[in-house]
Ligand binder design. Structure first.
Ligand SMILES: Nc1ncnc2c1ncn2[C@@H]1O[C@H](COP(=O)(O)OP(=O)(O)OP(=O)(O)O)[C@@H](O)[C@H]1O
Ligand SMILES: [Mg+2]
Length: 307
C-alpha cells in the first residue's frame, strides 16, 4: 500500500477466486480475452486440477500454452506431469547428495509422496511460479483461474510457507557439507555444491514470487447475489487483505433480470454492494445461454470494464 502509482497501474497478474461454481473460470476467460483484445499478449492458466477452462473457451487445451485467439494463450497444466517433473528433479539432486545405497529408499519415499494431493498442489504452484516469472518477457498479462477459495488461499500462501522450509533444508545441507569437509581433513578447497545452489535458487524464486504476488497481482473475487456466498466472500476478503494482497472490485455474477429476481436476491445484492463498497462491485447479469466461446465471453467482459 506504499506504492503511490498503484492505483493507476494495470496489474499484470490477476487471480480469479471465489466459492465453487460462482463463475471463476468463465470470468477468468472473459477477462483474459478482453485484455488480449486491447493488444496485449495474455496467458490464461487454470490451477484447478479439475480443469474446465478449455470447455469455457471452446478450445482443446494442454499442459503447455496454446493460442486460442489473437493475443491469447491458454493452458491447463497437468498436475500428474508436474509431479513427475518435480520427482525427477528431486531424484537427480538426490543422486548427487546421498550415498548410492540410500537411493532405493529415497525412490520409494518419493513414489509414495507423489500420489498425495499435497504434492500435486505444490507442483502446480511451482508451475504457476514459473509462469509468473515469464510475465514481463513472454507475457504482458497473466490471468489465473483457480479452484474454490480454500485452494486459492493456499496457492497464494504457498511461496511464503515454503520459504522457511527451503531455508531449513539449505541449512542442514550446509552443516552436512561442513561435516564432510571436516572428515576429509585437508578438504580446504571449496567445491561448488549443486544441491545447495539449487536450494538457494529455489528460495530466491519463492521469495520473488511471494513479493510479486503482493506487488504486481490483484485478486478478483467472484460472488453471487446470495447471503451465503456473500458471507464466504467477506471472509476471503478479510483473509486476503490481512495477508497483504490487493483486491479488485468484487464481481457479483449471475444477477437475474429485475422481473425474475425475488426479494431475497434484491436484499442480498444490496447487502453485497454495501459490504464491498470500499472495493467497489461490478455486476454481471445472468445470461440466458451458458457463456462459452469468444463471442459470448466478450459480451460478458463488457460488464467487467470499470465505468
Ligand atoms: N453470468 C452468467 N450467466 C449465466 N451462466 C453463467 C454465468 N457465469 C457463469 N455461468 C455458468 O455457471 C456455471 C459455473 O461457471 P464456472 O465454471 O465459470 O464457475 P467456477 O466458479 O469456475 O466453478 P468451479 O468452482 O467448479 O471451478 C457454468 O455452467 C457457466 O457457464
Ligand atoms: Mg472453475
Amino acid at each position: 500500500m506504499t506504492d503511490p502509482d498503484a492505483a493507476d497501474r494495470p496489474f499484470a497478474i490477476t487471480f480469479v477466486g471465489g466459492k465453487g461454481g460462482v463463475g471463476k473460470t468463465t470470468l477468468a476467460a472473459a477477462q483474459a480475452l478482453a485484455l488480449a483484445d486491447t493488444g496485449r499478449r495474455v496467458l490464461v492458466m487454470s490451477t484447478d486440477p479439475a480443469h474446465s477452462l478449455g470447455d469455457v473457451l471452446e478450445a482443446k487445451l494442454e499442459d503447455e500454452p496454446v493460442q486460442v485467439a489473437p493475443g491469447l494463450w491458454a493452458a491447463e497444466p497437468d498436475p500428474d506431469a508436474a509431479v513427475r517433473r518435480r520427482i525427477a528433479q528431486v531424484l537427480e539432486d538426490a543422486h548427487r547428495a546421498v550415498p548410492r545405497e540410500v537411493m532405493p529408499a529415497v525412490r520409494r519415499h518419493l513414489e509414495q509422496a507423489g500420489s498425495s494431493p499435497g504434492m500435486a498442489e505444490s507442483a502446480l504452484a511451482d508451475l504457476l511460479v514459473d509462469r509468473m516469472e515469464e510475465v514481463g518477457s513472454t507475457w504482458e498479462a497473466l490471468v489465473v483461474d483457480s479452484a474454490p477459495t480454500g485452494h486459492l488461499l493456499r496457492l497464494l500462501d504457498l511461496p511464503a510457507l515454503l520459504t522457511p522450509w527451503v531455508v531449513g533444508l539449505a541449512r542442514r545441507r550446509e552443516r552436512a557439507r561442513r561435516a564432510e569437509a571436516f572428515a576429509d581433513v585437508v578438504g580446504g578447497e571449496e567445491e561448488s555444491d549443486p544441491l545447495l545452489e539449487r536450494l538457494h535458487a529455489r528460495r530466491h524464486r519463492l521469495e520473488r514470487a511471494a513479493d510479486r504476488m503482493r506487488r504486481d497481482a490483484v485478486v478478483r473475487l467472484v460472488t453471487l447475489p446470495r447471503r451465503m456466498v456473500l458471507a464466504e466472500t467477506a471472509r476471503a476478503v478479510e483473509r486476503l487483505t490481512d495477508s497483504g494482497f490487493r483486491l479488485a472490485p468484487v464481481v457479483v455474477n449471475q444477477i437475474p433480470a429485475g422481473h425474475t429476481s425475488g426479494p431475497d436476491t434484491a436484499e442480498a445484492l444490496a447487502a453485497t454492494r454495501e459490504r464491498f463498497a470500499h472495493l467497489g462491485t461490478v455486476e454481471i447479469p445472468l445470461q440466458e445461454t451458458e457463456p462459452t466461446g469468444p463471442g459470448r465471453l466478450r459480451a460478458l467482459a463488457d460488464h467487467l470494464a470499470p465505468r
